[in-house]
Design a protein around this ligand. Sequence first.
Ligand code: A3P
Length: 311
Amino acid sequence: QNQGFDSSIAQAKWRGDAIFYQFHGFWFTPLCLQGTQELLNQFKPLSGDVILASFPKTGTTWLKSLLYSIINRSSIDQLARNHPHQLVPQLELQVYGPQWSFAPPNFPSPCTSPSNRIFGTHLPYQIFGKIANSSDCRVVYVARNPKDTLVSFWHMVNTMEMAKRAPWPLEDAVDKFCEGFLPFGPYYEHVLGYQKESIERPKKFFFITYEELQSDTKTHVKKLAEFLGCPFDNEEQVEEVVRSCSIETLRNHEVNKSSDVSEFNPLPLNSFFRKGHVGDHKNYLTKDMIERIDGITCEKFRGLIFKHEAD
Ligand code: A3P
């Protein structure tokens, strides 16, 4: 049975009982595909909307906090009371997803100005592009190096209920990553789709890497603010935003400490704040795994993104 999807949509067994669906070349869980189809039918971005697009585990939560803080400036109270995924809902999961239905499609903006709504999406440009191009909304895309993305994703899956009985072996996670068989995968095509647009249309698409942000957060936060059309007035403002969005600050808020799943997300709230380091893959991946991933990175990115990955 195809869970009510068009019979042309391919399905495949992922792990355990999980079935994934392939839509426009990308893999989806049934719930995300349902949400995606609703979104594609219903969502009309407004011209002031800001969309954060990302592959899972690439820094989405950090960017949500930063975008919210840049746009709303004084955000400390909001960030202390709300999980970043509450402030910036994920379109295909929380807004249009069948299970959580956190907010109706006309979700009132959490931002100070109704023309500055912020949403997140894990949809690739190959699927989301038509919607993004239907208004003057702006899109920020965060990418992260493939090996840390994979390790972070593997950890996340192992925090889920289903993994308590059968933890996900790292070897299988590497195989699935290399095959592109992850939710919203393949990773490489996901990154390339937005990267190309950001080169061709830099006023509409802003491409940033997790590693750039880590290496010089202030400079990149200022660039983000300029791209969003709300540059900072002084350095103190920049410092406040950077501080209030740091992983140390965020993980200490009560709302982010909970290991419960919430009404707006299927994952434990604290699972979004793990280590937040660049290069954590070195603690987990074997030499062979690294060589295998670097080979694919070299071939797919051709040294244009994450140059050091292919060295
Ligand atoms: P690690 O698992 O490597 O620690 P996403 O938000 O896309 O799910 O990505 C989660 C990753 O971003 C996790 O990486 C998490 O620790 C890290 N992260 C979350 N908040 C962060 C922050 N404020 N600053 C830096 N990294 C952060």
